[in-house]
Design a protein around this ligand. Structure first.
Ligand code: ADP
Length: 625
């Protein structure tokens, strides 16, 4: 059998698969190992039991001799029972709950890993992919292992044991059997790289489809509103078709070698019959041995012929193990020791350079800036300039390649992750509410908070009133009222969360950008309460909302191009001033369009520039006047 060397066999050696399997068996590894060895032993014992057929037939053919037959009958029975008992014990891994426990353990571990891996890395993974690994791969790996191992042992080990025993009765027949059965191995090795690749492609296709389904389902409201649900459905269809193609290829690749192997096995049985018949005619082989061997050969033909199918499952398991181990291998961000706790809350970026691993180019090109305690800093700049990246680095979704970020003089890399989390609250433009009660949704910011504290936070965030109007007040489940919460109400719930968390540093990622004017007023009031006496960073698109910030940082292409207060920046007639004018005229155009006579009026520039701590007034001034 020639091995095709064209395609590099990018398959994991079986030894590695074994190692990965034992790694994912976690605390149950010794049990799993014992069970697998148990199955192998059971297969040997079963082979020996079948080999008893040879002396048994000798005792019965041609003249039945009960005295001679009885011991072999008993031996056979004893071996069969021993083999079965052994198999039962080994399979106990499945039915005694070890397997389920193991699956649970592995899933928990992967869940914890999800919390540890840098968010930047996680962001690159699609939710569906993570879902496929945690749910599909984990089950694929462990549920099938013992079943498949049992089948493989019956297909491979038992025939070899029989063949070895046959050597004792007739060395020629034993040799023929020993030569025929191991034919499987080169045959299998020949096809395995293709199987492995096929299974990996299948795993990837499953992952992609899972992601597409998830995103489609989640985005459906938006898609419907935008009347492009159909277009997106086409994409989903494309992903289904891709899966179908991969499955078809897999079936073809699996079916053909399967047929080849089945044919080879048929021929092997014929070979045994022919050789045996020849020896019997020559008078050198007992016809009873031949009869026994025929029974045995027929008994093995089937499991051997379906061997390729089991082998495919091994590759499925292997592909799953690969995904799981890849996830477990992602290293968390390094932690500097000893861990330090900042005592003050000014934030500083010192010579920060950063590029996303995937993008391959620098996103931030040397950022030096200080955010004094209890000041409000606004980040403005064109989309893609790096504003979000600045906030992500502060939250330590990733570490900069050069420079450092400090809170109260302490490098964020020296702050324990839980501690850093306590220090920073974030209010995003998109609010994620979990399917739980409103109370729980707010409380998640500080799980130990009392009901009164949650309510106080809700009052401060201007949501107490609308919450009490809900059918079950704070106990209303978000899932039950689903779409009944307006964007502004959801936003205020998320602000209540941040209120409750009471972190000294607050990041606002354009929380009002998507709201209508009316909601915006309420949300702004909530934000004003939130940002009081804290170190705040706001990412803003609409400059009018940040005109009273303590400092405005104009970012362009990863660089700080201007820095100062609204008034100063306008006077400088630079980047900010032109952005400001562009937005003002766009606004006036929009509002005044029906009355062209007014278009020449200068934009309303009445802003309270010297906004002190820059909190309340800062965010309220502007468009809603
Ligand atoms: P802004 O918030 O100013 O719109 P971002 O900080 O989101 O800008 O993005 C800055 C640049 O980094 C963009 O070119 C963007 O494409 C890139 N970028 C953002 N997130 C990632 C990511 N997870 N992986 C790779 N590149 C990213």
């Amino acid at each position: 059998m020639s091995t095709s060397h064209h395609a590099p066999p990018q398959i994991t050696p079986l030894r590695e698969t074994w190692r990965q399997l034992m790694t994912s068996a976690r605390s149950r590894a010794p049990r799993l190992r014992a069970s697998l060895i148990g199955l192998a032993v059971a297969a040997v014992v079963q082979g020996l039991a079948l080999a008893c057929l040879m002396p048994l037939f000798q005792a019965l053919i041609p003249a039945a001799d009960w005295q001679a037959a009885l011991p072999w009958l008993l031996a056979m029975t004893a071996l069969m029972l021993a083999g079965t008992a052994m198999r039962w014990w080994a399979q106990g891994f499945d039915y005694r709950g070890d397997m389920v426990h193991n699956t649970h353990e592995l899933r928990t571990e992967l869940g914890e890993q999800l919390r540890r891996i840098p968010l930047e890395v996680l962001q690159d993974k699609r939710a569906g992919g993570v879902n496929a690994t945690l749910l599909g791969n984990v089950d694929e790996t462990l549920s099938y292992v013992l079943t498949i191992a049992n089948m493989m042992a019956t297909a491979l080990i038992t025939p070899v044991a029989v063949a070895l025993a046959a050597l004792w009765f007739d060395w020629r027949m034993g040799l023929i059997l020993l030569l025929v059965f191991p034919l499987l191995v080169p045959l299998y090795r020949w096809r395995r790289p293709a199987f492995g690749r096929g299974m990996r492609m299948l795993a990837d296709a499953n992952e992609r489809t899972s992601s597409d389904i998830l995103e489609y389902a989640q985005g459906l409201p938006v898609l419907r509103a935008a009347c492009c649900a159909g277009k997106r459905a086409e994409r989903l269809q494309a992903s289904f078709r891709h899966l179908e193609t991969i499955q078809t290829i897999g079936q073809k690749k699996g079916a053909k070698p399967n047929l080849v192997l089945a044919t080879v096995m048929e021929l092997a049985v014929l070979l045994v019959v022919f050789a045996g018949a020849l020896f019997v005619v020559q008078g050198t082989l007992d016809v009873a041995i031949l009869a026994a061997l025929m029974v045995i050969a027929v008994r093995f033909g089937e499991p051997l012929a379906t061997f390729v199918l089991y082998a495919k499952v091994i590759d499925l398991i292997e592909a799953a193990l690969g995904k799981i181990n890849a996830m477990l291998r992602i290293a968390p961000l390094p932690q500097q020791v000893p861990a330090q706790v900042p005592q003050t809350f000014e934030v500083a970026f010192e010579g920060v350079r950063f590029g996303y691993a995937r993008a391959g180019e620098t996103t931030l090109r040397g950022l030096d800036v200080r955010l004094p305690t209890c000041s409000l800093t606004a980040l403005v700049g064109p989309s893609g300039s790096g504003k979000t990246t600045v906030t992500r680095l502060l939250m330590r979704h990733a570490d900069p390649q050069a420079g450092r970020i400090t809170i109260g003089g302490v490098d964020v890399r020296a702050i324990a992750p839980e501690q850093l989390n306590v220090l920073i609250s974030v209010v995003f433009q998109d609010v994620y509410l979990f399917d739980d009660t409103i109370l729980a949704n707010i409380r998640m910011a500080r799980p130990e908070a009392a009901d009164e504290e949650v309510e106080a936070a809700a009052r401060a965030a201007h949501c107490h009133e609308f919450i009490t109007r809900l059918p079950e007040g704070y106990q209303t489940r978000v899932g039950d009222i689903g779409g009944r919460l307006s964007g502004g109400e959801r936003q205020r719930i998320s602000i209540a969360r941040a209120m409750l968390k009471n972190a000294p540093i607050v990041i606002l990622d354009e929380p009002t950008a998507a709201l209508d004017t009316e909601s915006e007023v309420a949300v702004q009031a909530a934000i004003d309460a939130l940002v009081r006496d804290r170190t705040v960073i706001v990412i803003a698109h609409r400059l009018s909302t940040i005109a009273a910030a303590d400092q405005i940082l104009v970012i362009d292409d990863g660089r700080l191009v201007e820095q100062g207060r609204h008034g100063d920046l306008l006077a400088r007639e630079g980047r900010y001033a032109s952005m400001w004018r562009a937005q003002q005229s766009a606004k006036n155009w929009h509002v005044l369009e029906p009355r062209p006579a007014f278009r020449v009026m200068p934009p309303d520039l009445v802003f309270s520039g010297g906004g002190g701590s820059g909190s309340a007034k800062a965010l309220l001034s502007g468009e809603k006047g």
